[in-house]
Write a protein that binds this ligand. Structure first.
Ligand SMILES: Cc1ncc(COP(=O)(O)O)c(C=O)c1O
Ligand SMILES: [Zn+2]
Length: 437
């Protein structure tokens, strides 16, 4: 291979040399028409050792340029995304010890701090804008539940690319406002996410514009995979467990890809156990998994999953009712020894209050669903004593201001000072912990 990277058809192994070629074939293999490709690099894998060294001073995701599908650094579009801090949250460790007698190290990837839109989708937005710029593309179509749409709208605007965004009718109003504020076009579709994708695809076809691929789109996958490298750089090793709120699955697939790219360097022997949570009002993968597990994973279990049309949910950001990639996600989770399970969406507000009290951080509902994954996993006995756990916390409260308003709980309307009892913040502690005890 002479080029820096190639896109390799997962079915027939045909090699595509550039994104120009990939886009000119409508993001399909020119040989067999398959739409899933893997990005392969000619980069020396050991280069990663240098990039994750303690002395490295990354400024953005593009610190990992050698492992990203971009040829010329001049095309980088960035806002310093992808270097979100990874913190240990002691209040969660104390809880695991107190209630379950487990000594865990619990790390949180703080994507709420991501500079552009405050979500882990900024990484995909930045890489997509850079690659599209390099490929000379001036228009693009995005279908998303909200966060990808907001990130793409932001970065494509920076690159001067017209972005037509399609979101389902129940997308959070803050995402809608952000996208539109950037002067990108927002089409709000009267239908669910699956229908939204269909309409977006029709629009893309009608006007001959490229559109976001699915959860395995190299633009998103290659960006998100850098989390594993950041984990290695900051913590120095891969944790035993990886927790994330699951929608379509780009995050977990990206972890797998990241490991593949540095296989043989001795840095990662095996993937962490994936414990993936889904909101209970739209949990098709959790339901499919539960059934398969109960039936002891019979032959072809991974092809059996429900499709929920028009799910009514409290966390639309992660509501994928038609999980087309479950046949790949199920086996991947099984390979890691992990689980897919549901969490109560109603618990999101209590979790956001707890985090805001203990850490003085405002999180969005999809992040709460990720942290709910920890509480639920503790309840279900999914941890072993002494394990390290990383929660990929996807978003800050800026993505869902209406949710943040719901988390307010100390407001009192008064007429005079006679209505005001003296306030003691410490006295609130028992109240915020009550739902978890
Ligand atoms: C904040 C947040 N968390 C989790 C997810 C789920 O991402 P995926 O299942 O694609 O990895 C999303 C995706 O929309 C998100 O925005
Ligand atoms: Zn092919």
């Amino acid at each position: 291979m002479t080029t820096k990277f190639q896109l390799v058809c997962r079915k027939c192994k045909h090699r595509i040399d550039s994104f120009e070629e990939w886009f000119s074939h409508n993001q399909k293999c020119p040989k067999c028409g398959n739409n899933i490709v893997d990005t392969e690099y000619s980069t020396d894998k050991n280069k990663i050792l240098e990039l994750i060294s303690k002395d490295a001073k990354p400024e953005s995701l593009f610190h990992y340029f050698d492992f990203l599908p971009l040829n010329d650094k001049a095309n980088i579009v960035t806002d310093g995304e992808g270097i979100a801090p990874i913190e240990r949250w002691k209040f969660l460790e104390d809880f695991a010890k107190r209630k379950y007698n487990l000594s865990l190290q619990i790390y949180i990837n703080r994507n709420d701090k991501s500079f552009a839109t405050g979500t882990f989708k900024d990484k995909g937005g930045a890489l997509a804008a850079s690659v599209l710029k390099e490929a000379g593309i001036k228009e693009y179509v995005v279908a998303s539940t909200g966060n990808t749409a907001t990130a793409f709208a932001h970065y494509l605007a920076k690159a001067g690319i017209s972005c037509s965004v399609f979101v389902p009718h129940d997308a959070l109003p803050d995402s809608v406002a952000h996208i539109s504020t950037y002067g990108q076009k927002l089409f709000r579709v009267k239908g669910d996410y699956a229908y939204t994708k269909k309409v977006a695809a029709e629009y893309a076809k009608k006007y001959k514009i490229q559109m976001t691929g699915g959860n395995l789109d190299p633009l998103r996958l290659e960006a998100k995979k850098t989390l594993l490298y950041e984990i290695l750089r900051i913590i120095g090793r891969v944790p035993d467990v990886y927790i994330q709120a699951l929608s379509g699955g780009t995050g977990p697939f990206a972890m797998e890809k990241a490991m593949k790219d540095i296989a043989g360097t001795g840095l990662v022997e095996k993937l962490p156990r994936f414990l993936l949570s889904q909101g209970d009002r739209c949990a098709p993968q959790a339901h499919a998994w539960e059934k398969a597990k109960k039936d002891k994973f019979p032959q072809h279990w991974e092809t059996v999953y429900p499709i929920y049309e028009n799910p009514v949910t409290l966390i639309p950001t992660i509501a994928t009712g038609h999980p087309g990639l479950y046949p790949l996600m199920g086996p991947l989770v099984q390979k890691t020894g992990g689980e897919i399970f549901q969490i109560r969406e109603e618990s999101a507000v209590d979790i956001a209050r707890l985090v805001a009290y203990e850490r003085v951080i405002k999180i969005g509902p999809a992040s709460a669903a990720g942290i709910a994954g920890l509480f639920e996993s503790l309840k279900r006995g999914y941890f072993k004593d002494g394990e390290s756990v990383l929660i990929n916390m996807g978003e800050g409260a800026g993505r869902a201001l209406s949710f943040m308003q719901e988390t307010a709980y100390t407001v009192q309307d008064i007429h005079s000072v006679d209505d005001c009892l003296r306030f003691d913040r410490d006295a609130l502690k028992a109240k915020v912990w009550e739902p978890f005890e």
